[in-house]
Write a protein that binds this ligand. Sequence first.
Ligand SMILES: [Zn+2]
Length: 147
Amino acid sequence: MPPIPGLQVVRSTIDGYGVVASRPFAAGEVIAEVDGVPWHAEESVDDRYSLKITDDLLFDMVDQTRWINHSCDPNAEIDSEVDDRGRPSARIVAIRPIGIGEEILYDYAFPAYLAEPCCCGSPQCRGAIVDEDEVSEGLKKLGLKSA
Ligand SMILES: [Zn+2]
């Protein structure tokens, strides 16, 4: 598939591959429409690169956007919806100005039972990739915090 204009996949200082901006983005600007394949939660899906659209609906990212890393202090967010026919769509939207060469990052906000250790390096790091509202459960699940 052709590269998404304005984005470049690189080796990330955070984890594995990441995606950096090759042009500036303004706050509120759509960085990319996500190309993805819908799955229902009860299906056996490789969910490593899937967005959770609803409790029942996942959207497996099949383009460069799947390489966007998590940050506890992100510069982008996911905007998703489901149309009348049940088809999900999602886009990456800048939540602050992003300069050339800056890594695009959004908050994965995993539920506590899916929490993973976080190495985003931000001063606001929660210590886990987990939803803001489930930080203590997430840290407990990872054994990073005692009950
Ligand atoms: Zn973090």
